[in-house]
Design a protein around this ligand. Structure first.
Ligand SMILES: [Zn+2]
Length: 69
């Protein structure tokens, strides 16, 4: 499942850059075929996103518990 199945417009020249979301999240960089601009996730982003999601989930669970008690 490592096919480049998604396209993201290049921020510089708007050329569609083929990329794979799984690979992007794992830190793989992709390059614009037209101008060579690099598309990549800043290091640690996925970790921060995951933490934020977990905090949100905890908040929701806590609120649920408060409602019940
Ligand atoms: Zn480009």
């Amino acid at each position: 499942m490592d096919s480049l199945d998604k396209l993201i417009p290049c921020p510089i020249c708007r050329t569609p850059i083929p990329f794979n979301l799984e690979q992007l999240l794992r830190g793989t960089s992709f390059y614009c075929p037209q101008c060579g601009s690099r598309i990549s996730m800043p290091t640690g982003t996925s970790e921060k996103v995951r933490e934020a999601l977990e905090k949100l989930e905890n908040l929701r669970q806590n609120q649920g518990e408060n409602k019940i008690s």
